[in-house]
Design a protein around this ligand. Sequence first.
Ligand SMILES: NC(=O)c1ccc[n+]([C@@H]2O[C@H](COP(=O)([O-])OP(=O)(O)OC[C@H]3O[C@@H](n4cnc5c(N)ncnc54)[C@H](O)[C@@H]3O)[C@@H](O)[C@H]2O)c1
Ligand SMILES: [Zn+2]
Ligand SMILES: [Zn+2]
Length: 372
Amino acid sequence: MSRKAKAVLCRELDKPVVVEEILVDGPKRGEVTVRLGACGVCHSDLSATNGTIPMPPPLVLGHEAAGEVVETGEGVDALAVGDHVVSSFIYMCGKCRFCSTGRPVLCVEQGKAITTLPDGSLRTRDAKGNALSIFSGCGVMAEYATLHVDNLVKIDPKIPYDRAALVGCAVTTGVGAVFNTAKVRPGASVAVFGCGGVGLNVIQGARIAGAQRIVAIDTVESKLEMARKFGATDVILLTPGDDPSKALKKMTAGGPDYAFECVGSGELAAIAFRSIGRGGTAVVVGVAKPGDSTSVRTMTLPFEEKTLTGSYFGSCVPRIDFPRMLGLYQGGKLMLDELITRRYPVDEAPQAFADLQSGRNARGVIVFSPPA
Ligand SMILES: NC(=O)c1ccc[n+]([C@@H]2O[C@H](COP(=O)([O-])OP(=O)(O)OC[C@H]3O[C@@H](n4cnc5c(N)ncnc54)[C@H](O)[C@@H]3O)[C@@H](O)[C@H]2O)c1
Ligand SMILES: [Zn+2]
Ligand SMILES: [Zn+2]
């Protein structure tokens, strides 16, 4: 069946998001319709509205959400009506050499579900009947969404939707970059550039991994206060354009073992790489504009054995890592409650995006009211 749903859309690039009533068609084979409870507002959603991440409008935003299964399509046996789920924004074919070796974020078929469902079609239409694209096979900033079953992971229903939603991007991206991509060692020193939803999770991931020194760097003072709450031992308030690499080298006896770029800038990636010490690893997590580039001093690669790498969705396996993250939350190790600075009803989504842009929130979350 088709369902009416209020949804947050990018209608036009470089314009504020709009809230519209759309139609969400029921699931076809291998698909599931979900009634969403909450959806986090990620910088990647904002990046889709300004062309940094190329996803042409009209686009239903959202890729960090939790909700309840309300209908399943033919051939779906992994999920049933009533299950609580978190969305996952990567497509995994399950068969390619990356999926087969536990690296589904690198699935060679990923291009299949960038703004559509994996079969190339859409279940979303506007009031005039025109098709609406969806962010990364998700489009979950809406009261209802129909997704492929592999873009959903079943979770413990005791966890509230707003907290669970964060595992669909910020938490898994940040903590996963530390655990899975960099494999940060206990006792290591870590620098984190950018302390938003993703960076704060890198910080708490590093704390859980046993890093002894965690230096948080941001251009907004309030973000550094948040960073301390999540585990930063030191902070640097950066004036845009300044290079803190010398200060970092001093603070960490020759440079941190790991640096994470969580902003999306080639210039900062270069600074992160410059900052790390001998044998260090710089991890680019932020997503920069398509034309952006970075540079490294070539000589430091052989003589200092430094590594520059990237991390996509925390190099995660969603069905393994989502429950793992939520288990850390339930065990009191992972802070999720503190990540939510503000909750917004769906009609206030434009304000949520404005607050993200001005750096006001650790994470803002859109909460959907249950049907009357
Ligand atoms: N690799 C992935 O899989 C993945 C997943 C999610 C998000 N992202 C990307 O990660 C980045 C961060 O996302 P977010 O949701 O945390 O964003 P956010 O807006 O919540 O946080 C960004 C932070 O960077 C700070 N900042 C801006 N310019 C800075 C500078 N020059 N130096 C230091 N700090 C600066 C801001 O003040 C803010 O605190 C974005 O580029 C997003 O697209 C990547
Ligand atoms: Zn995201
Ligand atoms: Zn694959």
